[in-house]
Unconditional design. Structure first.
Length: 415
């Protein structure tokens, strides 16, 4: 009898744990199915079908709250720009998510798909790492190690702005063996630290750091808007050693000639190799912002004349469907072409906005030439049903035909 009771208790515990796991899985599944932000076009009827057992209240400042159900198709309609909040509860009980609903004007942009040379100059100098060196007296020193770390930006020395690596080195030589005050930006905080340069065996004053003041490479232009503004890459420019999003002082877009295509293979990403001429007459535009969702700036009229298509409407998240799509890219640097692809998965993960679209290249011509998605194609526009819905951001290292993308609404209007 006691043995039966024991088995019963064990079975109840197992059943309870299974129910808890099922409930957690259901909760997480529902959480991922609902975006944190929903955008709808003013004056247009928007239908969304989340198909989850949840309900909520939709409200705006000064307006009466409206009950909504997410278990059946949800229809939005608003005449003019506004913002609403929707408090969603699973089964009408468990708090799930607060969704911001924004009513926007319809927007059209020109999809580009052209490779561009990118050069950015950092704000100050970026500390890549700290280390030791042998001083003039034969002793090992590391003056910066206690006060600096990878990812720091040195903005000033003794109150004077640092504009580049060469200037920083010269300012250390001028300071000699005297104390120097460095103004540092570490993440969102700016503060001063003090250190003392020490002569190495060649007589050069150092503090024991590796620094970088610029980055360059090849990427793909995603769109040009009606005001000559552009967006590219679909992800930010990070330092290769620290993975830090580079703080931008200035940046430039250049014309690039594609001189080689390295085909992607399992475990080895491919690459577009571009030749960038940094002459002034090859400048295509200026980069004004480097953000998690891409690089942005203003381009010249000559770049607008090179793109192959006219304006198209941007597709919002709810316009994006699993199924056939196209990507627009150029393998010769001159002509952008549409290639077949398909969207295989969609998520709404605000922590990884550059990976919310999963796509697969199906175009045999593109696969033959590149293996699928390769480095340098970041920013290639993704189109579906005649709308620009996103941009390519990453390739799957183990499968070059597959990769990630960012929703165009996140790229253009993510805040």
């Amino acid at each position: 009898m006691e043995l039966k009771k024991k088995y019963r208790r064990i079975l109840c515990m197992i059943a309870g744990q299974a129910l808890c796991l099922l409930a957690c899985a259901l909760y997480l599944s529902a959480w991922h199915k609902i975006p944190d932000r929903v955008k709808i076009r003013a004056g247009e009827r928007e239908e969304m079908n989340f198909a989850i057992p949840a309900s909520g209240m939709l409200h705006a400042a000064g307006e009466e709250a409206i009950p909504v159900s997410l278990n059946r198709p949800l229809i939005f309609y608003a005449r003019e720009k506004n913002s609403y909040d929707m408090d969603v509860k699973l089964f009408g009980i468990l708090p799930l998510k607060q969704v911001r609903v924004q009513v926007i004007e319809g927007t059209s942009v020109i999809p580009a798909g052209l490779p561009v040379g990118i050069y950015v100059k950092t704000d100050g100098v970026l500390v890549v790492g700290t280390g030791e060196f042998t001083g003039f007296d034969g002793v090992r020193y590391s003056p910066a190690k206690p006060v600096l770390k990878s990812g720091d930006y040195i903005l000033k020395i003794n109150g004077e702005d640092v504009t580049g690596k060469k200037m920083f080195i010269n300012m250390l030589q001028e300071a000699g063996s005297k104390d120097v005050v460095l103004t540092i930006r570490r993440e969102e905080e700016v503060f001063d630290i003090k250190t003392v340069p020490i002569q190495d065996q060649a007589g050069t004053y150092k503090i024991g750091i590796w620094i970088r003041d610029n980055a360059q490479g090849v990427g793909t232009l995603t769109y040009i808007d009606g005001n000559g503004g552009f967006g590219a890459l679909g992800h930010g420019i990070n330092d290769m050693d620290t993975s830090t999003l580079m703080e931008l002082r200035k940046g430039t877009l250049y014309h690039t000639d594609i001189i080689g295509v390295k085909k992607g293979e399992s475990g080895s990403p491919g690459e577009l190799t571009g030749l960038i001429d940094y002459a002034d007459d090859h400048i295509l535009g200026s980069i004004e912002r480097n953000e998690e969702k891409g690089i942005f700036g203003v381009c010249g009229e000559e770049l607008e004349e090179e793109v192959p298509f006219g304006p198209v409407e941007i597709g919002l998240k709810q316009d994006t469907k699993i199924g056939p799509a196209k990507i627009l890219c150029s393998l010769d640097g001159e002509t952008a072409k549409l290639y077949d692809a398909k969207i295989t998965d969609i998520t709404y993960d605000r922590e990884h906005i550059n990976r919310e679209i999963v796509l697969q290249i199906t175009d045999e011509e593109l696969i033959q030439q590149t293996g699928g998605i390769i480095q340098g194609m970041s920013g290639a526009p993704i189109l579906q049903n005649g709308k620009l819905i996103g941009a390519v951001t990453h390739v799957f290292v183990q499968d070059a035909t597959r990769g990630y993308g960012i929703f165009i609404e996140e790229m253009m209007m993510g805040e």
